[in-house]
Design a protein around this ligand. Structure first.
Ligand SMILES: Cc1ncc(COP(=O)(O)O)c(C=O)c1O
Length: 435
């Protein structure tokens, strides 16, 4: 397909036509008026006309876009040597030790992959191997990745991806939509976990693992309450299953309470997966295990991942981990996240269209409902707000099963003044959309 003749060569329209022709129909662009970025720095992105945008959406560049520590580490490593885990190298072992030191002591082995999907895929392989079961329990709008197995446990991809027979859904822990107290939510979630476990056992799959994104990002940003995951994991363990904490979204300090989301829940994880912000944009991901889970799997099943744990990937990951620690970004995420959430809550108090503001650290969800009291999701308003903010050069998006929850998830190096700009533009847009 050729771009139509009326399209100006070199324009964004022409690029979109060429993109569709070459990449095919599976990709989606963000925003009604897509943005064409050519440069990033810190929390800012710059479009092809040189215009600046505030990035309040991207968690991958957690220490900021184009961070010199990562760029330098990777380019120096590429000039020196970039090879794989079949050779002895200091970097991968040094990093493994440093990463493991951020976990509770029972989590003592790490295996490297390139993507969060691969890390989750490996986690499920190990869980199936160790438990001898294949049943998986996930939340109703979870996203865990792109491999065949992970797409099957990613209902947020929509009905086009059929749910495999060995997968059971539990509801999203959405206190607001369910209109329940914390205690009621806990009982409700545990009843559903129990039912899923019983059903998997009765169906002959047995329970391999409960897999949870500890931020429930695609379910609508639901980091609280923290009372139900630990007993849920115990129910699963009671039938021989494991608990896999998917920290691809929550990990590396995003929630401002330690490095990992699952520790907030007081639950001990059998396997923890991570990715995204781990390399600040350089592809590197990992799965961390209780060593006893690998005792038989390791010798029986050879593991090699050509690029996972390569010298350059590890140099990026090390630069990120050092920057998070040196700049105290976990504490920063807690303090700034609280300030932003409080300010957005005060906007919400005079706006009945906002049903609920929630979050933890630098992960914020704002749920729109169509009428006060009815809790009917309003995805159209969320989309209007997201697009209007984009027009004002502040980038956010929407999530949740109904797409009615603003997803605000800036780089961890977001500053106080960036937070103020975000809230100011949100207030302007809320005013402008009050028809
Ligand atoms: C919770 C969660 N798990 C896994 C993944 C998959 O990670 P990747 O895109 O690196 O394969 C994602 C990606 O968005 C995610 O949000």
């Amino acid at each position: 397909m050729r771009a139509s003749q009326s399209v100006i060569p070199g324009s964004d329209e022409e690029l979109m036509a060429r993109r569709a022709a070459s990449l095919g129909p599976a990709y989606r662009l963000l925003y009604n008026d897509p943005v064409h970025f050519v440069r990033g720095s810190g929390v800012h992105l710059y479009d092809s006309a040189g215009e600046e945008y505030l990035d309040a959406y991207n968690n991958v560049p957690c220490i900021g876009h184009s961070h010199p520590a990562v760029a330098n580490a990777v380019s120096e490593q590429l000039r020196l040597i970039n090879t794989n885990t079949r050779y002895l190298q200091d970097g991968v072992v040094d990093y493994a030790e440093e990463l493991l030191a951020t976990f509770p002591p029972e989590l003592g082995n790490v295996m490297f992959t390139c993507t969060g999907s691969e890390a989750n895929d490996l986690a499920v392989r190990v869980a199936n191997f160790v438990t001898g079961n294949s049943g998986l329990i996930i939340t109703e709008n979870a996203y865990h990745g792109t491999t065949a197995v992970m797409a099957g446990v990613s209902p947020s991809l929509g009905p086009g991806v059929p749910r495999p027979a060995n997968v059971r859904l539990i509801p999203a822990p959405d206190r607001y939509m369910l209109a329940v107290s914390d205690d009621e939510l806990r009982e409700y979630m545990l009843a559903h976990v129990r039912a899923a476990v019983d059903d998997l056992v009765a169906s002959g799959y047995g329970v391999s693992a409960l897999i949870l994104d500890t931020l429930f990002s695609s379910d609508g940003i639901l980091p609280n309450p923290v009372s139900w995951i630990a007993p849920a994991a115990e129910i699963v363990r009671g039938e021989g299953g494991l608990f896999i904490a998917d920290e691809v979204q929550a990990g590396f300090g995003r929630l401002g309470a330690g490095m990992w989301g699952f520790t907030r829940h007081g639950v001990s994880a059998d396997i923890v997966t991570m990715g995204k912000s781990m390399g600040n944009g350089y592809p590197v991901a990992a799965a961390v295990f209780r060593p006893e889970l690998l005792e038989e799997f390791g010798p029986t099943v050879r593991y090699f991942n050509t690029f996972g744990g390569s010298s350059a990937a590890i140099s990026a990951a090390a630069a990120v981990l050092h920057t998070i620690k040196n700049e105290d970004l976990v504490a920063h995420s807690k303090v700034l996240g609280y300030q932003i959430r409080t300010e957005v809550q005060s906007l919400a108090s005079s706006d009945p269209r906002i049903g609920c503001v929630r979050g933890q650290g630098l992960a914020l969800g704002v749920a729109f409902v169509s009428q006060e009291g009815t809790r009917v999701p309003d995805p159209a308003l969320a989309s209007r707000v997201v697009n209007a903010m984009r027009e004002k050069h502040v980038l956010i998006s929407a999530s949740g099963a109904d797409g009615n929850v603003l997803k605000i998830r800036p780089p961890l190096v977001f500053g106080r003044e960036d937070g103020a700009r975000l809230v100011e533009v949100l207030a302007e847009v809320l005013d402008a959309t009050r028809d």
